[in-house]
Design a binder for this molecule. Structure first.
Ligand code: COA
Ligand code: MG
Length: 316
């Protein structure tokens, strides 16, 4: 068996409609953290069976996972929908799938239903690690049930889906996304409370035209500030921007390395609060710096080079 992906930063997660052989093929040449092959809403009800067959041919025709893609995921149809059983049956038959994206999760039982259904099928197949689940939060009910949903087995991520959420609440999306503030913040908080590592922000639906890049950049910066770790994308042109903006910037990493080094010296000197560049630093700030250093390592940035460069950093 191939080694499953367990510990990396999912920054950009690209949807690819499984009903499009052209896009399935195109996806293999893209450099992206996660490619999500979709069986849900980008596939019409009459094309579901065809999409499952196309996906199976596509995945099982691969001899190895392309090095430019860190993870393959599949978005199935929601628990309780007519296609659910057929989708779940397919998953363990697909090579190289690490994660299942579960849409329209409303209650803990929805996550459990997928996990149980997978367990029954997985027993026949040797896997080093079980398939992971990510739950899509896209209804008012889901937001109200976040803390119990987060107890779900195999769950290692929450994904906010704005379009279904807007439909459910009869609200209108605006460029500054303020109507989603409560739900997005609740999702990040619930994930953190349960140590769920991946929290993925909404799709930026505008992907072409003069304003598209600026809108995507604004959304990424806003999502990152709120604590999201990555973002869903729908078009290959969005991947690079998302991966760049959800990677710690050079300035952030340099600051974090300096704080980490000076912080170790401060601890030895029994100083809990100290100063760097005229700003007070204490335990939570050092914690934040360590978090950035860890993220930088996962993004393959040259942290060791910076540790060497700043090894003489002192606290003030
Ligand atoms: N995955 C893989 N390839 C994609 C892609 C995607 N999501 N979106 C576009 N491409 C490919 C196209 O096939 C085309 O390839 P080609 O040059 O070999 O023909 C190229 O990228 C340029 O595409 P473009 O012409 O700009 O877009 P389009 O008009 O073909 O498609 C969308 C636009 C929005 C319909 C398409 O991007 C899409 O279906 N995205 C995913 C939607 C989705 O899954 N939604 C549900 C989750 S929110
Ligand atoms: Mg949806």
């Amino acid at each position: 068996m191939y080694p499953p992906v367990t510990n990396f930063l999912r920054r950009a997660m690209l949807y690819v409609p499984s009903s499009s052989p052209r896009m399935l093929t195109k996806s293999l040449g893209l450099t992206c953290d996660t490619v999500i092959y979709d069986l849900e809403d980008s596939v019409t009800p009459t094309a579901k069976a065809e999409a499952r067959a196309a996906l199976k041919t596509h995945m099982n025709g691969l001899l190895s996972k392309p090095p430019n893609i860190t993870e393959f995921a599949v978005r199935i149809n929601s628990p309780g929908s007519p296609e659910f059983e057929k989708d779940v049956k397919l998953i363990p038959e697909l090579h190289f799938v690490d994660t299942v994206i579960v849409p329209k999760v409303n209650v803990l039982g929805d996550v459990r239903a997928v996990s149980h259904a997978l367990r029954r099928k997985e027993n026949h197949i040797m896997r080093e690690k079980p398939i992971k689940l990510m739950a899509m939060i896209e209804t008012a009910r889901a937001v109200m049930n976040l803390s119990t949903i987060c107890e779900g087995p195999r769950l290692n991520g929450l994904i906010f889906a704005a379009e279904d959420f807007a439909l459910d609440l009869s609200l209108t999306r605006t460029p500054d996304l303020k109507e989603f503030l409560y739900a997005r913040s609740a999702i990040v908080t619930a994930a953190r409370a349960r140590a769920i590592p991946n929290v993925i922000d909404l799709v930026c639906t505008s992907y072409q035209g003069p304003e598209a890049v600026a809108q995507l950049e604004r959304e990424c910066q806003d999502g990152k500030r709120m604590g999201f770790t990555g973002k869903q994308v729908i078009h290959p042109s969005q991947i690079k921007t998302v991966q760049r903006l959800f990677t710690p910037s050079a300035e952030e990493v340099e600051w974090a390395v300096r704080v980490t080094i000076a912080g170790e010296k401060a601890v030895k000197a029994k100083r809990g609060a100290w100063v760097l560049d005229g700003k007070m630093i204490d335990a939570p700030v050092v914690g934040k710096a360590k978090d950035i250093v860890n993220k930088a390592r996962k993004c393959d940035l040259d942290v060791d080079g910076l540790l060497e460069k700043w090894k003489d950093q002192e606290f003030e």
